[in-house]
Structure formats: C-alpha cells, structure tokens
Design a protein around this ligand. Sequence first.
Ligand code: ZN
Ligand code: MN
Length: 144
Amino acid sequence: MDTQERLEHLQNVLRERGNRLTPQRVAILRALVSDKRHPSAERIHDVILPDFPTTSLATVYKTIALLKEIGEILELGFGDDGSHFDCRRPYPHPHLICTKCGAIMDSEVDNFQNLIDSLASKNGFTVQTHRFDIFGLCPDCSGK
Ligand code: ZN
Ligand code: MN
C-alpha cells in the first residue's frame, strides 16, 4: 500500500468510527504514514510544527493512542529510550536496529511466519503477537 492509499485508508476508518478529522490530525496522520524511518512522537511533532505551530506533543500522542486502539500502528518500545512507530506496516514484522545511529530498518524474509509457528507449536504455545529485533550496525555505520 503506498503512502497516499494508506492515508486515505486511515481517514476512512476514522471517519467511519465517527472520529473528528481536523486538519491538524490529518497532518499528523500524513507525517506518520510518510515516514519510513520509524519516527518517534517527538519527530512527528517537529515535522508538523511549521504548519501547525500550536500543536502540542500531547495531541500527537492522542492520535497515536487512537491508532493503537484500532490496530493501525505498530509501537516499538525501547524502555527509557522511548518508543518508535510504524504506521506503514501496523502488524508485527522483523526490524534491524542500528546501535550506533539508531536507524530502524524493515526487512522481509520468506518463511518468517513459519518460524514463529514452529517455535510456538513446539512449546504448545498460543501466539498473540510477536516482536523480533536484531541489533547491530547499519551499512553506513559499519562502513559497508
Ligand atoms: Zn547506523
Ligand atoms: Mn517496521
């Protein structure tokens, strides 16, 4: 799904739920779906401030909370280092995280779901969700 389609999808879902779509909220949604780098709420706040200077960080968090409630955003929490968000792919998927520059990269791999399923079934475990983070150095930081 491209950025514009994803934005329209979110607007439709929220409209159908009866949530208000203020220009400010649409700007927050647009900033979230446009950013491929797994932004923090602070980052989204910085992006929309030039157009909506009165927007508080709390307003950004409110929209994110709403998206979480309806399963349209993936939160990657890092304890004291805060959270980053993926509003382009709101379902669990693997991430590669650079310990030097903080880059968070998406990656697809064949048979990933099979791995989850076999780990779970081997242990009689019923999967609700999963999270797979790989920490290391991105190509820029490792000089490759
Ligand atoms: Zn890096
Ligand atoms: Mn992601």
